[in-house]
Design a protein around this ligand. Sequence first.
Ligand code: BV8
Ligand code: ZN
Length: 251
Amino acid sequence: MDQSSAVRDAAALLAGARRVVIFTGAGVSAESGIPTFRDALTGLWQRFDAQSLATPEAFRADPALVWGWYEWRRSAVGRARPNPAHVAVAAVEALRPGTVVITQNVDDLHERAGSAAPVHLHGSLFAPRCFDCGHPAPLPAGPADEPVDGRRLDPPRCTACAGPVRPGVVWFGEALPEASLRHAADAAAACDLMLTVGTSGLVYPAAEIPHLAVRAGAAVVQVNPVPTPLDPVAEVNLRGPAAQLLPRLLD
Ligand code: BV8
Ligand code: ZN
């Protein structure tokens, strides 16, 4: 569906903005072939619900099942490339110094597209640590061992206490990193334009971030192929894939 007038409106908002925040969800990595959170449940894990697998309880109950899932996802990220949406985000940062990128994603595609320091509200696949004592752990050597159609992988052991190593992501029921959440909230409250890209806006407290921007009087531009709870607060809704629509804001 042609979005030309909506794209023109969004491009004009971007051209006139002084303080830009870009808030992304799994949809920004979809065209890099990274399954969104729910789509990542295939093979061994398809019988699980993401919200039950992405928890400390699931890891405690079966560390190898959960570690295997994250290593499979990390191997998918390693094989993926940033797509034009990630590149457009980095281009906005270059054009608008002071732009803050906030992501719910645990992949490193924003960084690989040139984003300087995205705020990872839900942690990262690339910062494993000890489940028991929190001691940082090295990433397993070489590309993640891609369990073929998914299988259990015993997690490495912590060198400090021999506890099991966990992925450095925020699980359901876990608090978000305080400094990241505060940085994101402060940036949202101070911006005059927020681009929200590829998020279903369902997971809290991250989902609060665009609403903070609206309450601070910022304009919101949303990019998503389908309607989300953010539709009513977005000044412009670009209904389509980010890899196609985001670069057009910079034409
Ligand atoms: C906490 C890391 C408290 C792990 C993730 C009842 C009501 C309200 C809240 C709750 C509740 N019950 C429980 C809660 C709290 C819970 C929550 O919000 N649950 C929801 C489901 C109701 N939240 C938590 O537990 C949080 N912690 O509250 O702690 C606390 C406080 C103090 C002390 C102790 C405890 C922690 C939440 C973080 C969970 N971790 N990720 C991992 O990745 O494995 S969340 C994970 O799911 C993702 O990061 C993402 O944020 C979220 C959704 O995933 P997806 O659906 O894949 O992605 P997204 O939502 O972004 O949707 C994809 C979108 O892209 C879609 O809209 C699609 O249309 C669009 N799209 C597709 N293709 C494209 C596209 N867009 C553009 N272009 C395309 N090509
Ligand atoms: Zn330890």
